[in-house]
Every structure is written in structure tokens, then in C-alpha cells.
Design a protein around this ligand. Structure first.
Ligand code: 4HQ
Length: 280
């Protein structure tokens, strides 16, 4: 039977630079100088200083076995570029996944790759509900397939375009996850009401001045009539989604009416990715 541990002395809130309850991010990269980079700025940077999350950047080159610190080799079967060696990548992953006691910890290892499943807000929420994540950033042509299989690595894409490396995608994922951790955003309601929580794109926003370059703020927004404002925003969100993202719109409408009022964008994406019906 599980018993809560009772200690004679209160344990320190900060242990080895990692606050208790802190979300732990480990990044494996050959370009450690890219971190924290933009993650030091704004609310995510403030949360880093406040130990709401921690960042451990590991230089993959430190896990190379020869004096030249070689991490890559020519692709089997020929072709351009270089492939990250499986032994080096595995050593880096194994180091990251072992905690101070040498026990393997169970948080996900993600390889950022255009070949992966699209990152969704649903996956972001799942990751934010966990204790941490290890992110493998590739350069070159990619990583030897055997290490992805052998270490149970999840491949995730941030979009259908090709970057020079996985570092910027890793930063995007970190930003998306960390902002959902308690204490990061000032206003707690701001994540509940945001666009993707209903599987719709966001309605347009306005602020003063009331008239700018001959363009007015829509009258309803100045009416003070909250029900009419909510109705207008919903209709705008629906119009934009129909126009710009027919895939999301189909998923949104196909699930509506069921006991499913608060579908997420991610559900829509999942349905779209599975080739959800093409009927409008
Ligand atoms: N790359 N979503 C190629 C990406 C990418 C993406 C990362 C470039 C992996 C080997 N990653 N390296 N798009 O374009 O995640």
C-alpha cells in the first residue's frame, strides 16, 4: 500500500537547482548555445527564473566516443548529408532519462521532425500535465532510425516545412507546454477561453482608438451587451474557420450536438488527419 513519505525535517523546495513540482525539460542538441535563447524572454523566461520549469541543455557531442567528437556519419545506401549516429544519440538519451539516483524516469522523449505527427494542443496539454519532457534536436539529414525505435522516441512535427534543425521546433514546443503550467500566465481564464479550446479559430480583436485610418471597431463590441458580443464573436470564429480551415470546420461540426460541447482544436486535427468525412 502506498504511504505518503513522512520526513523529520521539511525538505528544501529547491533541490539541485530543480524546484519540487517543477516541469523538467531536457534538450539534446549539437548547438547548445541556441538555448535558452528566446525562452529567456517574457512570461516563459520569468517562469524559468521562478523555477516553475527547468531547462537542462545537453551537448550531444559530449556523448561522442572518439577524439574528434564525431556525432554523424554518411547515410547507408548513399545520398547527401549526414545521419546522427545511433550509439551517440542513445547515450545522450539514456543520460537525460536517468535521474540523479540512476533510475530511469518515465517522461516522453520527443524527436522534432517534419516526419512526425503534427503537434496538437491536445498533446501539448498532455505534456503539460506530466513531469517533464526530453527533446532530441536533429541537424543533418536526421537520426538513425534504430535509435528512434530502440528508445521508444515519439516523432513530432511543428508543421509541413523544413528547417535546418530541430532546435527552433523544440523551443516552440517548450513555449506551448510551459505556458499551460500553473503560475505562468497571469490570467487563469486566458487558456480556457482561447480559440483552440472549442476547435475554432479565434474571433478578431480590437482596441482603441474607436476609429483608426477610417476603420471602426464593430458597433456590437461597444454596446456593452455581453450576450450579443459573445454571439458576434462566435459567429466570427465560425466564419473564419469555415473560410480558412475547412478541415477544422468539418471536425467541429461533425462532433457538435453530441455530449461534446468543448472539442479541442486537437480533436479536430486528429479527425482531419484520419480523413474525417468531407461533407460540410
Ligand atoms: N526539422 N518540425 C530537419 C524540421 C522540423 C519540423 C527538424 C528539420 C529535424 C533533421 N522539426 N531536422 N518542421 O523541419 O519539427
Amino acid at each position: 500500500m502506498f504511504q505518503p513519505r513522512i520526513t523529520a525535517r521539511p525538505r528544501p523546495l529547491i533541490d539541485d537547482q530543480v524546484a519540487i513540482g517543477s516541469f523538467r525539460v531536457k534538450v539534446l542538441t549539437v548547438l547548445p548555445e541556441m538555448f535558452p535563447g528566446p525562452l529567456e524572454a517574457s512570461l516563459i523566461g520569468k517562469a524559468l527564473k521562478e523555477h516553475i520549469w527547468s531547462l537542462e541543455v545537453l551537448d550531444i557531442r559530449d556523448f561522442a566516443r572518439n577524439k574528434h567528437r564525431t556525432v554523424d556519419d554518411t547515410p547507408a545506401g548513399g545520398g547527401p548529408g549526414l545521419v546522427m549516429k545511433p550509439d551517440v544519440a542513445a547515450a545522450a538519451i539514456d543520460h537525460a532519462q536517468a535521474d540523479a539516483a540512476g533510475e530511469t524516469v518515465l517522461w516522453p522523449v520527443i524527436y522534432l521532425s517534419p516526419r512526425g505527427r503534427s503537434l496538437t494542443q491536445a498533446r501539448v496539454r498532455e505534456l503539460a500535465a506530466g513531469d517533464g519532457v526530453t527533446l532530441l534536436c536533429g541537424r543533418f539529414e536526421g537520426v538513425d532510425q534504430r535509435v528512434l525505435e530502440g528508445r521508444g522516441v515519439e516523432e513530432v512535427s511543428i508543421g509541413d516545412f523544413v528547417l535546418t534543425g530541430g532546435e527552433i521546433p523544440a523551443m516552440a514546443l517548450i513555449d506551448a507546454v510551459v505556458r499551460l503550467r500553473p503560475g505562468v500566465l497571469g490570467n487563469a481564464a486566458s487558456t480556457e477561453d482561447e480559440s483552440f479550446s472549442r476547435g475554432l479559430l479565434e474571433h478578431p480583436h480590437y482596441t482603441r482608438p474607436q476609429a483608426w485610418e477610417g476603420r471602426e471597431i464593430p458597433e456590437v463590441l461597444l454596446s456593452g451587451h455581453h450576450a450579443r458580443i459573445a454571439e458576434w464573436r462566435l459567429s466570427q470564429a465560425e466564419r473564419l474557420t469555415k473560410e480558412r480551415r475547412p478541415d477544422l470546420w468539418r471536425a467541429h461540426t461533425s462532433g457538435e450536438g453530441a455530449a461534446d460541447g468543448d472539442r479541442e482544436l486537437s480533436d479536430a486535427q486528429t479527425s482531419a488527419a484520419k480523413g474525417g468525412q468531407t461533407k460540410d
